[in-house]
Design a protein around this ligand. Structure first.
Ligand SMILES: [Zn+2]
Ligand SMILES: [Zn+2]
Length: 140
């Protein structure tokens, strides 16, 4: 079994670890991820629920649920770091912001989603990764 990889928020109040292998990783360029990250896109990776452990700071994690539905944004209420998404804190998978890992989580984004709603000023990288106008086709 692979060694776990650790991460946390900027202030250090929230700490977690995940045990590879990850299920998948992507760049999401949707308007919500842009707003929440303040960046062109949000890189994230997913692990099965049982491969994830929240080690500290559960009380600091705030969940924003868009009123119109869709994926949540979970962040540290002390430092604002974007940490988790998807269906946090429930569901079979945990979506973790790649930038929240301390070191190399051992996976890099494999595809782009929601390039159809990318920021007008963003130039998509010529990285050869598949690009999806909206969400990715469901994984096998
Ligand atoms: Zn924090
Ligand atoms: Zn998104």
């Amino acid at each position: 079994m692979a060694e776990s990889v650790a991460g946390g928020c900027l202030c250090g109040g929230v700490r977690f670890e995940a045990t590879p292998p990850f299920l998948r990783a992507n760049w999401c360029h949707c308007s919500r991820c842009r707003k929440h990250s303040g960046a062109a896109a949000s890189p994230q990776a997913r692990v099965p629920r049982d491969a994830f452990r929240l080690l500290a700071g559960e009380e600091l994690v705030v969940v924003y649920r868009p009123p119109e539905g869709g994926m949540v944004k979970a962040f540290c209420r002390r430092c604002g770091s974007s940490l988790f998404g998807g269906t946090w804190p429930d569901g079979p998978e945990v979506s973790i912001r790649l930038g929240a890992f301390d070191g190399d989580p051992g996976i890099a984004p494999q595809f782009h989603t929601f390039v159809g709603s990318k920021a007008p000023w963003e130039v998509l990288p010529d990285d050869g990764l598949p690009r999806h106008e909206t969400r990715a086709p469901r994984p096998r």
